[in-house]
Design a protein around this ligand. Structure first.
Ligand code: FES
Length: 169
């Protein structure tokens, strides 16, 4: 009788350990999936029209918005992306990622100072997107630009991954 109770207790303890282990594995599956999904996903790029050449004044930097490179059907507003677009000359444009290279906060353009400022931790970038001051590890990421049929097009890509540490440019 006593042996039977010990066997039953032992069985229940093993069953509980097994269920706990199973629950732990089931809980980890979505976490592991979320961690590795960006590595497994393609990194699509797409050309997006942001306006006509004549819409942009030479010497000005303006915010342009467009759909990101890989909008998902359920993305909603999060499929919207933006860049800072500079018209440098009649035919030359530059597009800078809006995300700070420190931790990804959106930077804003200060036309009087001719600087990009990050409101989160005081990161500062020069007009050409290069690093000026603060915690960002390097300058703003740039997007390729082309002009097609008098349209200004930006080659978008997934939001750049930011880095802590690393070299400054
Ligand atoms: S996120 Fe821009 S300085 Fe930290």
């Amino acid at each position: 009788m006593e042996q039977e109770i010990v066997d039953r207790r032992s069985f229940i303890i093993k069953l509980l350990w097994g269920l706990s282990a199973l629950l732990g594995v089931l809980t980890l599956i979505p976490v592991i999936g979320a961690l590795f999904a960006p590595l497994l996903r393609n990194t699509p790029m797409a050309w997006r029209t942001v306006g006509k050449v004549g819409d942009f004044e030479i010497g000005k930097t303006v915010l342009v918005k467009y759909k990101n490179a890989s909008p998902l059907p359920w993305s909603g507003l999060s499929s919207e992306s933006a860049s800072w677009l500079q018209r440098v000359s009649a035919t030359e444009f530059h597009a800078y990622a809006i995300n700070c290279t420190h931790l990804g906060c959106p930077v804003r353009w200060e036309p009087d100072a001719e600087l990009f400022l990050c409101p989160c931790h005081g990161g500062v970038y020069y007009k050409d997107g290069s690093y000026a001051a603060g915690p960002p590890p390097y300058g703003l990421n740039k997007y390729p630009i082309r002009i097609r049929n008098n349209n200004v097009e930006i080659q978008t890509s997934p939001v750049p991954i930011t880095h802590i540490g690393g070299k400054r440019s």
